[in-house]
Design a binder for this molecule. Sequence first.
Ligand code: XMP
Length: 590
Amino acid sequence: MSNSITAPQITVLDTGGQYTHLIARRVRQLGVYADVQPSDTPAAILRSRKGIIISGGPASVYEPGSPDIDPELLRVQTPVLGICYGHQLMAHHLGGKVQRGERGEYGIAHLTVTAPDALWNGVTHSQIWMSHRDTVQSVPEGFRVTAATESIGIAAMSAPERKLFGLQFHPEVAHTHAGTRILENFVFDVCKAVKDWDVSQRVPVIEEQIRAAAQDRNVFFFVSGGVDSTVAYTLCLRALGPERVYGTYVDTGLMRKSETDFVRDIFRQLGAAHFLVDEAEREFLSVLEGIFDPEQKRLAIGEQFVKVQERILATEHFLSGNWILGQGTIYPDTIESGGTAKADLIKTHHNRVAGIQALIDSGRIIEPLTSFYKDEVREIGRDIGVPARFLMRHPFPGPGLAIRCLCSEEEAALGATDDGFLLPVRSVGVQGDSRSYRNALALERTPSLEAVQKIAPELTNRRSDINRVVALCGSKAPLFEMRVFRAPLTKRRLDLLRDADAIVRQFSAEIGFEDMVWQFPVILLPLGTAQASESVVLRPINSVDGMTADVALMAPEHLEQLTRKLLALPAVAAVFYDLTNKPPGTIEWE
Ligand code: XMP
């Protein structure tokens, strides 16, 4: 939003923390325009600001080359709020003492205000979020300590007459209950900022930026059917008109049932004039033939995607000077900690397309959403008329159903153990800092899902041969009569998974479960009997960002109904419920 209509009243100085943009966003949510600038921006440039916030960051003030500020800022009477590293930097510059921490403190703590000033209006206690290694050991002359926690004496400090404030914790994150109030106190009571930022301004500002970047050129997108690329596409459509914006959707044959029709329908509703579907199912299935290993599958899909993109770029003449590329990159995609390592891998593949790289290198690219978080992208989407049923979709992995359709190179028997049956199919897990690839343990007779969820961690901790525990919900034969069959990835198996997935999705939408969970993968295992050789695993989870996840439990009567519907598919021998949190199990099985 650098070309904004409004000049920022508050500037957040970036010292490398992962929450820097979140701070600016919180201030904008208060109705005050705020931007982010490099930490060493000269005080002279910031003269017109009503307030400065120095962000947190991973460095220590004593490390050579650690991010610094212009010390003049602390003398000019512009209010300054230091957060975490910013607080330590303030103490360091003004003669206080910062203590190096060995282990640090990460998580929830409880704050008590001991000497209230303007920052604490309406706050006496709060749950807060700490994430730091170093702490301030003694405050600079003229400062006083204003709040403490159970483990830290100097959780906050201030010199109100000099308009300087420091907080060891993070007011910008939701875990700090009084965080919004504290920021509000700083922005309005201390800085005397006035409301000038209306979120409804966002869309016209972005559209203006798109027009400026595109000039007289047209824009094309590879749309995935995901929220980000669709919202970015729609913004371009509004800014430039439907004749100047093209979208190509690649049907890999690895998508959920009716997905292509759903996406086509959405784009029609959005007013797209040039929406192309590239039918690539045969190409993808043929490169996947004979591949059993999960990582090999991913790699083959990524490489095939690159080839398809190159073909489209060449045949549609998108590489000529009249065209620029639009992408749905959002803020978390641009920082290292954002997204998942695997998602990054897939993206890397896309970016390697020589044609796309050339467009990026020559600046022929528009990414209208790079300053926004996912929930802001949804809000923007809502403002520009993208249907809600589309915006609230669950995340879906790039390689699609290929990584939910487990394959087996050979036939194998189940192993009976004291704890349950060892399923001879392996799935991916995260244990410690590395990924594991191990068997799943199936429990046949289980009192309740809750009971299994409780004992699952004990089982995965104790048994080094498993990373996952599933409970049997229903089957056409007892587990001891079943085995794993040799099963490659075929269209027939993908179609079965598509059917099972569609049954689950529809039922889950009907009972309102779909809206209560973050994601609900359905997995196919080549496990069963000669008559019905496949099993379905239900994997509903809750999560904030996909990095960790908890199992979401379905009501027993609903689960019974759903199991019956799935067992009505002739090829399905059994239905299981995955009761493994992440860690130790990943959300997807592969
Ligand atoms: P895991 O299985 O690692 O998944 O716990 C975390 C989140 O990432 C999604 N996921 C992917 N997304 N390409 C993607 O675009 C991939 O290769 C991929 N693998 C996993 C997964 O659906 C979950 O939301």
